[in-house]
Design a protein around this ligand. Structure first.
Ligand SMILES: [Ca+2]
Length: 458
């Protein structure tokens, strides 16, 4: 009996030491096309599906994106969610669809949609200043609505609630009521990229479901004064109700140089978007009344910035003392110049080669994930002795993983990997420039006790 206990204990110890710190990677998609998660909110609200686009299959970029699709994790079954009737490919492409994101509270997706082929003579080809958001119910019925209205008429003011360029990286707030995006104006191109918001509204311009409002007014390029912004990008909602949008601003410093720093724009729940000015041919749009832009850092910062569901903290990239790029965390009402140390940024990751793209929060707010050394790493961010401890949940140093996304319940991480793909003839299938396709993979988050912290770090 005693020997049996010893033997069992030994087996247990050996077993534990041989168990890798990561679970098995699982390849979800296998078909001969590119599967791009694009760092959006790709999980369906119930966590059963992932939406993706298929850019880089037949031609370059989103302009040559042909389809919007979803895959069921359990079966690998792919469903076409949207495919334009006619497409043009090559350098002059249309319409171009891509960058799809799931609504967190309904079975629908939003994505970038360039001009319909029939509208190309009037609107031109796909371009960053020539695209809008489209939305379809994610059941394969392909019924499309336009989220925003593009209006580039020059003989009068822009229609209220419309814009004059291109919206992209559409992102629903966690409660589904607002859609954030980055924006490029087509009429006044001396203004750089900035950010805005779409809300469903009875006064939305004809043909669109949502009313457009700029969130950050930028100065024309090379004209800003000290403290003014010339661009806003890498933006994301902070908190469930979308009352804050974090972004990276390019700001003019007192010495005349530019700095990229972390900002937040506060967007109150009762903001009246109809107080926004939609602009004219010679007048850039202006945000609605009641917004407030706050600068949180004064040194280099980068995104995409990501906020917690609770809205209390923001994760972003900044430089560590050793010069590497790492993930930092700051309270959403904090500042690197605050007198209160608790309101200042804290370095969360300490990866030797720095932190890669794709910061994501566990829904508990207790952990973040990002790519590092080509693998998926998770980091405990609960204040205390475990803060900043990281563990890889996939292999690393072997190949590149990208476009990380965490399921709504925190149990699964999904990402893309470029792997050899076989076509229907059993031969390797490759994209238009002879490269292997990107496929979707998942790994389970090792958190059996459900506290949001990887069990191997506890
Ligand atoms: Ca745990």
């Amino acid at each position: 009996m005693f020997i049996r206990v010893i033997a069992l204990a030994l087996l247990f110890v050996i077993g534990a030491s041989l168990t890798p710190a990561y679970g098995a990677e699982r390849q979800i998609t296998t078909t001969a096309k590119n599967h791009n998660l694009d760092n959006n909110d790709n999980f369906s609200p119930d966590g059963r599906f992932l939406c993706y686009d298929t850019r880089e299959t037949v031609g370059s970029g989103i302009g040559n994106g042909q389809t919007i699709e979803k895959v069921e994790l359990a079966t690998g079954e792919e469903t076409m969610l949207y495919q334009p009737e006619k497409t043009l490919t090559g350098d002059n492409a249309a319409p171009g669809v891509g960058a799809v994101t799931f609504c967190p509270v309904a079975n629908k997706v939003a994505f970038i949609h360039g001009p319909l082929v029939d509208d190309v003579p009037e609107r031109g080809y796909y371009d960053k200043t020539n695209r809008v958001g489209a939305e379809v119910i994610a059941d394969g019925s392909q019924r499309r609505v336009w989220l925003d209205r593009r209006d580039v008429a020059t003989g009068r003011d822009t229609l209220p609630g419309a814009h004059r360029g291109g919206t992209h990286r559409h992102e629903y707030s966690f409660d589904g009521k607002r859609i954030g995006f980055t924006y490029d104006d087509a009429l006044l191109t001396e203004y750089g990229r900035t950010i805005g918001m779409l809300v469903p509204h009875p006064q939305a311009p004809e043909g669109a479901t949502h009313y457009f409002a700029l969130l950050v007014r930028v100065a024309p390029k090379d004209t800003s004064k000290s403290g003014e912004l010339e661009s806003a990008k890498s933006d994301s909602w902070i908190g469930r109700e979308g009352l804050m949008r974090g972004f990276i601003g390019t700001v003019r410093e007192p010495d005349g140089s530019f700095q990229e720093s972390l900002f937040v724009v506060d967007v109150p729940a009762d903001v009246d978007v109809t107080t926004a000015d939609s602009g004219a041919a010679d007048r850039y749009p202006s945000p609605p009344n009641g917004l407030k832009v706050r600068r949180l850092t004064h040194s280099w910062a980068a995104g995409n910035v990501r906020g917690t569901l609770q809205g209390d903290r923001i994760a972003y990239y900044a430089k560590a003392a050793d010069g590497t790029r790492q993930v930092f965390i700051i309270p959403s009402d904090g500042s690197d110049q605050s007198d209160d140390p608790a309101k200042r940024p804290v370095q969360a990751t300490h990866f030797e080669g720095g932190a890669g793209d794709g910061i994501r929060w566990h829904p508990s707010g207790n952990a973040i994930a990002c790519i590092a050394d080509g693998g998926v790493a998770v980091t405990c961010v609960v204040p205390g002795p475990d803060f900043g401890k990281s563990v890889f949940v996939t292999p690393h140093g072997d190949t590149e993983r990208s476009d990380l996304v965490w399921s709504p319940d925190g149990s699964v991480l999904a990402y893309c990997r470029v792997v050899e793909t076989l076509g229907g003839d059993g031969q390797p299938a490759r994209n238009y420039k002879g490269e292997d396709f990107s496929q979707i993979f998942t790994v389970e988050y090792p958190d059996a006790n459900g506290d949001g912290i990887a069990d191997t770090l506890e």
